[in-house]
Design a protein around this ligand. Structure first.
Ligand code: AMP
Length: 420
């Protein structure tokens, strides 16, 4: 399926292409047509499924015609981070349309928000508490709202925002389109949906549990020791192709370079690469000339290579869905993949979430012989970001230990010779 089937305005489709979206995700395929047709919608989906674009794209298509510089769409989100992320998504997808979006949340001064509202905007993305402050101070006119989106309604409920939402809704015109997204459906959300939505279409994206034959393990480790641990794991584990995930593009590039310096046939795949370099990386990984691919989530979307025996999460993914998506890259044919995830103290909430979603406790492992106590400034530790690195010569790249290096080199030596 392609985005062209939605007949979106060319100013929107060009931005979709610039974002690198080639085909709609399942929630987009299911939700966009009824929303374009003006229907109310109940979307049961988690973050990570592409649900933001599922409501942003039809919303932009609707707003591109009609009056400008009036608030015609209101999106409510439970946290600042989510509101800011939605706003960024809107800005990226609306960049050729001339439409404006303003984000409103607490913890920062109200004045810039008031000024942005006064300058005129078609879209407001807001957290409920601060929006109510603006409403009570009469800073904002919501009488032209045509579309209301409530995102992560279950989290709103957990955070005690449901009364605020009902209060905000009382300030909106009766006739409007309503879209409500929630990952789960507790009774209170069911009731809110019944009160808010009219003749709604329900779209559900089932959470798919990963294949059970993939074995998972968590490796607790300090941030600065991750690269050293990665090298030791690669040296001591029988692997075929290995996909390593990092959180940022920069880190994907750096980790791949560090592995290469240590003699591993590694390359990276991340959003900053030219199309040519991307293809070189994917083709090289597919044909085995690179045995290790270090990638970001988005870059690795859709990679389907049967030789992947190991997925290593160098950084914890942001959602349980992303975790499933990542580890689903292994165990595809042989069905005996292994997924290793490096976890730091900051990741404990996400570990709990993933374990809850998977319905199992993940095994914590330590690598025998690895020095977990190595201090941050040890020569073998990961280099710090350049702005904080003291001026001294770079440490020589760490070589994998002799004893266990053979496992990897024997399996990859031929390919490395081919490449050079
Ligand atoms: P969301 O669930 O909206 O937070 O989206 C998760 C991630 O998927 C975001 O980084 C989006 O930019 C990305 N995304 C959304 N739609 C698509 C698509 N059709 N193809 C590829 N990536 C997408």
């Amino acid at each position: 399926m392609s985005f062209t089937t939605f007949n979106l305005h060319p100013d929107i489709t060009s931005a979709i292409a610039e974002q690198g979206y080639t085909s709609p995700t399942p929630i987009q395929a299911k939700a966009i047509p009824p929303v374009l047709a003006g229907r109310d919608l109940l979307g049961l989906a988690q973050t990570g499924t592409g649900k933001t674009a599922a409501f942003v794209l039809p919303l932009l298509q609707h707003l591109i015609q009609g009056p400008q510089r009036r608030i015609r769409a209101l999106i409510l989100a439970p946290t600042r981070e989510l509101a800011a992320q939605i706003n960024e998504n809107i800005r990226a997808l609306s960049r050729h349309t001339g439409l404006r979006s303003v984000v409103i949340f607490g913890g920062v001064s109200m004045n810039p928000q008031i000024e942005a509202i006064r300058r005129g905007t078609e879209i407001v993305v807001a957290c409920p508490g601060r929006l109510l402050d603006h409403i009570s101070q009469k800073n904002i006119d919501l009488s032209s709202v045509e579309i209301l989106v409530v995102d992560e309604a279950d989290r709103m409920f957990d955070m005690g925002f449901l009364p605020d939402i009902r209060r905000i809704v009382r300030n909106l015109p009766h006739k409007r389109q309503n879209l409500l997204f929630s990952a789960t459906m507790p009774d209170d959300i069911r009731k809110l949906a019944a009160d808010m939505l009219h003749d709604a279409v329900t779209v559900q994206i089932d959470y798919t549990k990963p294949v059970t034959t993939i074995s998972h393990a968590l490796y607790p480790v300090e941030q600065h020791l991750k690269t050293a641990l990665l090298k030791e794991l690669l040296a001591s584990t029988e692997t075929d192709s290995v996909l390593v995930f990092t959180r940022t593009k920069h880190r994907a590039k750096r980790v791949a370079q560090q592995l290469e310096h240590s003699g591993y046939p590694a390359t990276c795949l991340q959003g900053n690469l030219s199309q040519n370099k991307r293809e070189h990386a994917i083709n090289g990984f597919r044909n085995g000339s690179y045995k290790i691919l270090v990638a970001t989530d988005i870059a690795a979307r859709g990679i389907d290579i049967s030789a992947i025996t190991h997925v290593i999460n160098y950084d914890m993914p942001d959602t349980a869905d992303a975790y499933t998506h990542r580890i689903g890259r292994t165990g595809r044919v042989s069905r005996t993949g292994e997924a290793f995830t490096f976890v730091t103290r900051e990741d404990s909430d996400m570990v709990r979430t993933i374990e809850r979603v998977l319905g199992e406790e993940l095994t914590r492992k330590t690598l025998p012989g690895f020095d977990y106590a190595k201090p941050n400034d040890s020569p073998a530790a990961e280099a710090r970001p350049s702005q904080t690195r003291p001026h001294r010569s770079r440490p020589a790249p760490q070589q994998p230990t002799r004893g266990n290096r053979g496992t990897f080199e024997r399996r990859t030596g031929a390919q490395r010779q081919q490449r050079s």
